[in-house]
Design a protein around this ligand. Sequence first.
Ligand code: PMP
Length: 439
Amino acid sequence: MMNRKTSEILYREALEHIVGGVNSPSRSFKAVGGGAPVFMDKAQGAYFWDADGNQYIDYLAAYGPIITGHAHPHITKAITEAAANGVLYGTPTALEIKLARMLKEAIPSMDKVRFVNSGTEAVMTTIRVARAYTKRNKIIKFAGCYHGHSDLVLVAAGSGPSTLGIPDSAGIPTSIANEVITVPFNDLDCLREALEHWGEDVAAVMVEPIVGNFGMVMPESGFLEGLCRMARANGSLVIYDEVITAFRFHYGSTQTYAGLDNLDAIQPDLTALGKIIGGGLPIGAYGGSKQVMEQVAPLGPAYQAGTMAGNPASISAGIACLEVLQGEGVYEEMERLAVKLTDGLQAAAERHGVPMTINRIRGAFSTHFCDHPVTNYEEAQDTDGEAFAAFFRHMLDRGINLAPSKYEAWFLTTAHTDADIDTTLEAADESLRLMAQGK
Ligand code: PMP
């Protein structure tokens, strides 16, 4: 058993000063049986060292941004140089143009871009812009898709298309929740019904075009195409939340991903970005066609601003991260390691008689403790959370750091090696063996 005494002491201390002891609820171990989360001390490449000096192989990648591994030298250099030049100007800089150009080249549906500080802000603003443009109020979203913690999108509950939103958080007025309609992912019939019912009230249909928040879930063939067609026929905009997916599977986003059919027919009006595009520093961005983006102040009536937006440190880190991702064969190598890892995990699960469904998209995947496919939120909910919690804890004790939630993905980074995969598979074999014994 690994000694994590210092983490336990730090957790007790943190509870005294920080609500719940964590600065984001997803970091707590509540979903995996509670207790002290691990307090990490240092990170380098694919590894973490905790406050007791234990080493871990990391597949959390900070929930996605750390695709080049921790403290990548090219990004560290960019951040150091930016810091030495002054971290915040409150004026425009040439750097912002460079990153905006890089994003536009990779994601051509964006004629114009605006930088903000988080994925939450990016999504929140796309909704405002869509409302300003269409002069309508309602949003259709998909159950289980997470779009940050702003009022409107924290509504995910409700299965039928005519069900009005029930907020997932206290403090959200019913009047706001009533502006959201939730339908199941991959279900065009429900979307059609919702659009028929709410028609001219719907400003936008918002979706994670490849889902990253109830496992990694691909859109079924024709889903995004049907979504775009129906939304447009209704005069609604299409918003893609690509906060997780942009630059995750290839140098581009879902809307430019060769793994999907008919890309011309699945281009959104607005895109929200975050995570990877900041190289690990706080960032968000949104963009879309010139016509739609001209709604934004100072050109148009939709107001959005930010003291920290486009700060030189985040922008420099983002540019450096994308430069690393432009390297030859970077995504192919992450995929190769992910295939090796998922093949090994599936074989180990079968060996020990533990049901496991793996959804892998290039270098990212999710492991679901169930014996059915996971194509929507309902199916993701209907998986064994206790089995996941046991697996998570056994893996942690063997030096493998995963997200403490059955819904989150494993992310390969450019820093992982074959040796890391071998070590991980040994830990998984042992963990699954223990689980088969009811431990
Ligand atoms: N959209 C998606 C798809 C996300 O996964 C997240 C964060 N996990 C967000 C939005 C919110 O981003 P942030 O945490 O940077 O506010």
